[in-house]
Design a protein around this ligand. Structure first.
Ligand code: GUN
Ligand code: FE
Length: 425
């Protein structure tokens, strides 16, 4: 029998829509060849032959996608959280990333990152490396070994990186081609993504060259957009020809439904329409936006416009790897935005935060983030029994509570990506 065909029995919860969750107590989630065959209150006869994993009273929810995270910044998370973006990059981030020229350091740092990500609730991730080809390949090797599915980018930056973290324009393009040739066909679950760091790091010439490489290889793209007011002002100076910051990417054809733009805190109407009409993914990174004093992205507006949007931890702008923490932060900052900035945009609900973390971001990888029939079977089995209460809670209340209290006794028992079980030890 195929190892990727089985049934999970437990208290199942997933989103039917961004606003609505489906809960099936003591239900059956069926995985056939790594793909969901649906969730059932009674197990249909045709699946009775499959191996059954009885998860008892544990919760079963879809896997989570971290749509924006920097692997090399994992080493200094929780440090230097008192600067704004541009000073933080110069003071903490660029000096740390320069260390990844040293493969020994990179190996030790990426071992820790890949290990912790493997044991987290994240099943899929869209990851920044550094500009170094060898270190980025090492990162890809380690993420592949972790079993999770990811896109990983060798970063491109040919201006404003200082002496230690800046490429020559031609070398940056040549290194990107060398990297793509090296990793071609090397992995099952790890794929390259074109990664211009952000407009202040990439000249127009290099951006055009990266667009050509993207077209040639048929690759997705990730970058940063409208995160911080000083950054937005700088882009106006660097690209006076652009109608908005987003246009500095769109001009080169870099937006689209295979592109993730992190943050979008300050996207005005023109830029929002550009993101919506191109189907570009917004990675909302609530903790990072708070810690770097960047602001609060109008996620409610993006949801109302039916845009592609998910959540990112943005480590080390955000300190925590946990997607549960990320969901709780998304709800919290949306309430502050509603109270202090714009009472037209209602706060996010916890159901919507769950949707963003699962189906919202998951769709960047295809049919991912739901147990509806035909979705890739990404699942988390959660033991919440040590989060004690005298109350009787229904399945949704237990999921809601887990979002806020995961770190206070929650335990990840199993994790599946496309039906393959990830080793959590
Ligand atoms: N903009 C350009 N680089 C970065 C980065 O490393 N982190 C964040 N949060 N924003 C950026
Ligand atoms: Fe980032």
């Amino acid at each position: 029998m195929d190892a990727k065909s089985f049934v999970l029995k437990g208290d199942i919860c997933f989103n039917a829509t961004p606003q609505e969750v489906v809960c099936v107590p003591s239900g059956y989630a069926v995985c056939v060849d790594g793909v969901s065959a649906g969730v059932f209150a009674e197990l249909p006869e045709e699946f009775a032959v499959l191996p059954l994993i009885d998860c008892g009273d544990n919760l079963i929810i879809p896997g989570m996608t971290d749509l924006h995270i920097h692997a090399p910044q994992y080493a200094f998370r929780g440090l230097g959280m008192d600067l704004e973006l541009l000073d933080w990059l110069d003071t903490h981030t660029f000096p740390e990333e320069a260390h990844y020229a040293d493969l020994d350091y990179a190996g030790r740092a990426y071992d820790i990152f890949a290990d912790d990500l493997r044991r987290s609730a994240t099943t899929r991730a869209v990851v920044f490396g550094t500009l170094h080809v060898e270190a980025t390949e090492l990162l890809m090797d380690k993420l592949e070994a972790s079993g999770i599915t990811s896109y990983v980018g060798k970063v491109n930056m040919d201006r404003n990186g200082g002496v230690d973290l800046e490429e020559d324009t031609e070398q940056s393009a040549a290194d990107t081609r060398r990297w793509l040739a090296d990793v071609d066909g090397r992995y099952e679950h790890t794929a390259p993504i074109i990664t211009p760091r952000f407009t202040p790091s990439v000249t127009d010439e290099l951006m055009g060259e990266l667009a050509s490489i993207r077209d040639e290889f048929g690759l997705p793209v990730q970058s940063h957009l409208s995160e911080n007011l000083s950054e937005c002002g700088w882009v106006k100076e660097l690209c006076p020809w652009s109608s908005c910051y987003g246009d500095a990417y769109d001009h080169f054809g870099m937006l689209g439904d295979r592109t993730v733009m992190a943050h979008c805190v300050y996207s005005d109407e023109t830029e929002t329409e550009l993101l919506r009409s191109t189907g570009t993914y917004v990675a909302h990174c609530p903790q990072s936006n708070a810690q770097l004093s960047s602001g609060i992205a109008p996620v409610r507006r993006y949801l109302d416009l039916d845009m592609n949007v998910g959540l990112g931890t943005d480590v080390a702008g955000g300190a925590n790897l946990s997607m549960f923490r990320c969901m709780a932060d998304a709800v919290a900052v949306s309430k502050l935005r509603w109270r202090l900035v714009d009472d037209d945009l209602a706060p996010l609900t916890t159901q919507e935060a769950l949707w963003l973390a699962t189906a919202g971001g998951g769709s960047f990888f295809g049919r991912v983030g739901s147990f509806a029939e035909g979705y890739e079977f990404d699942a988390l089995v959660l033991d919440d029994s040590a989060i004690r209460t005298p109350r009787e809670l229904d399945v949704w209340e237990r999921v809601e509570r887990y979002v806020y209290l995961a770190e206070e006794g929650g335990r990840l028992v199993h994790k599946f990506v496309s039906g393959r079980e990830i080793n959590l030890s």
